[in-house]
Design a protein. Structure first.
Length: 432
C-alpha cells in the first residue's frame, strides 16, 4: 500500500512539473516556427486533437526522432506484413522524425505527433486510437501514458530498450518513481544483456525484462538507396575518396574541417560530405564551411554536384542511407563530445568502415564488439582521428576487410525484429 501511494505521489509531482513546463515547451516550438512553419502547423496534435484513425490501430509505435525511426524501420515493416497496411500508428516528437516517417512509409502507416504526457491528454489520445498495444522505442519512458495504458489493459512494450550507465545513475536519484513506472510495462525488450542488467538495477521485475537483440542489425539497404549512392559517386567522379561525417554536433564540424584540410595533403582528391544531426544547424554549418575557405555545395540546391566541390553539406532529409552508400569511410558524430554517439550499424550494412570518437556510451556494447572485430574504430582525440582516417582512406584493402567484418557481424545478429514482432503479436492476442 505504501509503495503504491509513493508511486502515486511521485507521478503527481511529475505531472505538476510537466504542467508548468508545457507553456515553455509550446513557446519554444512557436519560436522555432519562425524559420520552420511546420513546427506550429500541427501543434494541436500534441494536445490529442487528432483525426480518428482511418483503420483499426493494432499497434501504436512511438519513435521520437530520426534515429529511433530508422531503428524501427524493420520492425514496422514486419508489423505491416503481419497486420496489413494502415494498422500501425506511428508517432514522432520532432519535425525531422515526422518527415522521415512520411518519406519511408508514405500512407502505409497512420501518423501524428506524440501527445504531451499529461493525464487528460493521453487519455483522450488513447480514446481516439484504442490501440491493441503501445510500443515505445529505446529510451522513451512516459509515466502518465504507461499508467493510462495499464489501467485500460493495453500492453506496453519498450522495444530495443537501451540504458547507459550514465542514465542508470541519473534515474537512481528517483528510483522509487522509476521502478514503479518500469513495472507498468508488459515487456522491456532489451538490445543486450548489459541493458537488461541496468533496467533490473532500477527495479524492473525480472519477468518483465528480456534480451531480444538489436533490431538495428535488421536494417537492409534498399535498392533505391544504393542506386542513389551510385549516382552521387558518378557526379563527383568515381575515383574520388569520399568521407562522410554523419550526425555531427556543434564543435565537431570545426574539428572535422581542420582534419579534412590535413587529409587533403595525403588524399588530394578527397571529398567530405558533412551531415549535421539537427536541421536547424544547416545554415550555421554552411557558413562555417565557407568561412574555412572550402568549395561547398548544398544538397538542397538541387543541382548536380560538380567535380570541383570539396565539401558537400547534406542538408536534406531521408538521404542518410544514400550518403552511406556513397562513402569509402564514415565518421559517426556525437562522439567527440559527451553526447553518447550514434548508430554505427547503418553504414556497416553497406560494407563501409566506421570511425568514431570515444564518447559512445549510448552504444558502448555495440562499439565494443565492432572494435574487437576491427569493423569499427574508436579513437581518443583529434590527432588519432586524423591518423585513422588517413590510414583507411589510403588503404583500400583495409577498408574492404573492415567493411566485410561489419557485414558478417550484422548478418550473424539479424532476427531481432522478427522476434520482437512475434512478442508484440502475442501481446495483442493475449489482451484482445
Amino acid at each position: 500500500m505504501k509503495s503504491s501511494f509513493s508511486h502515486f505521489a511521485y507521478r503527481l509531482i511529475y505531472t505538476l512539473l510537466l504542467l508548468l513546463l508545457i507553456p515553455l515547451i509550446v513557446l519554444r516550438l512557436v519560436w522555432r516556427s519562425r524559420n520552420q512553419p511546420a513546427y506550429r502547423q500541427r501543434l494541436l496534435e500534441r494536445f490529442a486533437w487528432i483525426q480518428s484513425p482511418q483503420a483499426p490501430v493494432r499497434v501504436w509505435l512511438h519513435a521520437v526522432s530520426v534515429g529511433e525511426t530508422m531503428a524501427a524501420r524493420p520492425l514496422i515493416e514486419a508489423l505491416l506484413a503481419e497486420y496489413g497496411e494502415r494498422t500501425v500508428f506511428v508517432t514522432s516528437t520532432t519535425l525531422t522524425g515526422s518527415d522521415l516517417v512520411q518519406q519511408l512509409f508514405t500512407d502505409r502507416v497512420q501518423h501524428a505527433y506524440f501527445p504531451y504526457d499529461l493525464p487528460g491528454i493521453v487519455s483522450r489520445y488513447l480514446e481516439h486510437l484504442r490501440p491493441g498495444v503501445f510500443v515505445s522505442m529505446e529510451t522513451e519512458i512516459w509515466p502518465n501514458l504507461w499508467h493510462a495504458c495499464s489501467r485500460r489493459q493495453i500492453p506496453v512494450i519498450l522495444a530495443n530498450a537501451r540504458l547507459s550507465s550514465r542514465s542508470v545513475r541519473r534515474y537512481q536519484k528517483v528510483q522509487g518513481f522509476i521502478s514503479g513506472v518500469l513495472n507498468e510495462a508488459t515487456l522491456i525488450a532489451c538490445r543486450h544483456s548489459q541493458d537488461a542488467r541496468h533496467f533490473r538495477a532500477l527495479g524492473a521485475a525480472v519477468n518483465r525484462v528480456r534480451v531480444i537483440g538489436d533490431i538495428k542489425a535488421d536494417i537492409q539497404p534498399r535498392e533505391e538507396e544504393v542506386r542513389q549512392g551510385q549516382v552521387f559517386r558518378q557526379q563527383w567522379g568515381s575515383e574520388r575518396q569520399v568521407l562522410v561525417a554523419a550526425s555531427t554536433h556543434e564543435t565537431e564540424e570545426a574539428t572535422l574541417l581542420d582534419i579534412f584540410r590535413q587529409l587533403q595533403t595525403v588524399v588530394p582528391d578527397i571529398l567530405l560530405v558533412m551531415v549535421p544531426r539537427h536541421p536547424e544547424r544547416f545554415a550555421e554549418v554552411a557558413n562555417l564551411i565557407e568561412r574555412q575557405g572550402f568549395f561547398c555545395q548544398k544538397r538542397s540546391a538541387g543541382s548536380h554536384f560538380t567535380p570541383e566541390v570539396e565539401v558537400i553539406l547534406g542538408d536534406s532529409m531521408g538521404e542518410m542511407m544514400s550518403w552511406y552508400a556513397s562513402a569509402d569511410v564514415v565518421f559517426i558524430g556525437g562522439s567527440l563530445i559527451p553526447r553518447g554517439g550514434h548508430n554505427p550499424l547503418e553504414p556497416l550494412s553497406f560494407g563501409v568502415p566506421v570511425v568514431s570518437g570515444s564518447q559512445v556510451f549510448n552504444f558502448q556494447n555495440t562499439f565494443s564488439r565492432l572494435v574487437k572485430l576491427q569493423a569499427a574504430f574508436v579513437v581518443e582525440d583529434k590527432r588519432a582521428l586524423e591518423k585513422k582516417l588517413a590510414d583507411l582512406l589510403t588503404t583500400a584493402e583495409d577498408r574492404h576487410r573492415a567493411g566485410q567484418r561489419g557485414i558478417r557481424l550484422i548478418e550473424e545478429n539479424r532476427g531481432a525484429a522478427d522476434r520482437l514482432c512475434s512478442l508484440i503479436v502475442n501481446s495483442v492476442d493475449s489482451f484482445s
